[in-house]
Design a protein around this ligand. Sequence first.
Ligand SMILES: NC(=O)c1ccc[n+]([C@@H]2O[C@H](COP(=O)([O-])OP(=O)(O)OC[C@H]3O[C@@H](n4cnc5c(N)ncnc54)[C@H](OP(=O)(O)O)[C@@H]3O)[C@@H](O)[C@H]2O)c1
Length: 331
Amino acid sequence: MEYRRLGKSGLKVSALSLGSWVTFGKQVGTEDAKTLLRTAFEAGVNFFDNAEGYEAGASEKIMGAAIRELGLPRDHFIVSSKVFWGGDKPTQMGLSAKHVREACDQALARLQVDYLDLYFCHRPDVDTPVEETVRAMHALVMQGKILYWGTSEWDAQRITEAHRVARQEHLTPPVVEQPQYNLFVRGRVEAEYRPLYETYGMGTTTWSPLASGLLTGKYLDGVPEDSRLSLPGYEWLRELLLNEEGQDKLAKVRELKSLANELGISLTHLAIAWCLKNPRVSTVILGASRLSQLQDNLKAIDAVPKLTSEVMAHIDRIMANRPAEPERFGQ
Ligand SMILES: NC(=O)c1ccc[n+]([C@@H]2O[C@H](COP(=O)([O-])OP(=O)(O)OC[C@H]3O[C@@H](n4cnc5c(N)ncnc54)[C@H](OP(=O)(O)O)[C@@H]3O)[C@@H](O)[C@H]2O)c1
């Protein structure tokens, strides 16, 4: 396993990590979660990602029980939670000082840990001043309940505002952003956040490397019954991925698949290795509903050397979505 610094922080995170969205608490119970976590851990994965909103807390409960039963030493792994979607009541959602504090205590209890290594604001909250959230996160750091905090899917302007407030008020700034990053979704990581890496030393823990499975090729001939896009409650995701635009995506998946064949690797490995190629990615968070998927996906790291600059250029031609380089004045 390769380990990367989380931005400019001192934290070393495995280049591949494991998350629990949709899976733990929906498709995966505690026993299977133990197998997944043990397999990942034994392969060198040291980061497990979670959120209060995943299956209304059930995902954290399962991860907490599994980690406890496996007896993983606390100083060997990094665990996260995210605050935003805690419940239906007005005080149970968003990034108010009240919800940030309560959600953290609840996540600690469900995950059965004394502190979270990473704590994310799961989305921006337009109803809460950024300063209130920065202060709430800083307080949790001071109380020893979290070590680092970050954002997820905030725009660069709001992240910049968080840094400005933190600097001005002598508060702890965010060190990490958790954006979607895969062959279909590149804009934020490759363009919008570009100034944040240099200016603030932000790291990234990126999500959905396989676009919920689309980039395995499993949806090329329809929607398999035992797949994420058939799950009750996830019709919105099926609609999002397989609408008219989705048909264009599938055409690109087909082209990527024949490129992967030429390279002698699987499409899944190509897609994950492509994320790993970006040095701004601190860790690629994998998802797996069963052991065979995790075992397969962990091997993607071996495919990275196959992605030469010529291959990367070929991929860019297929996808036709590479963000433009920033304009340089005076040249
Ligand atoms: N911050 C955020 O807003 C946010 C949002 C989403 C995710 N995340 C994090 O990122 C993690 C990963 O996201 P993700 O689960 O969407 O990742 P993904 O890799 O895009 O999708 C994972 C899903 O694809 C299918 N799959 C994976 N490997 C496969 C293989 N080798 N062959 C066939 N099917 C395979 C499985 O679903 P099925 O078997 O059910 O089809 C699996 O659960 C999440 O667990 C979560 O921690 C964060």
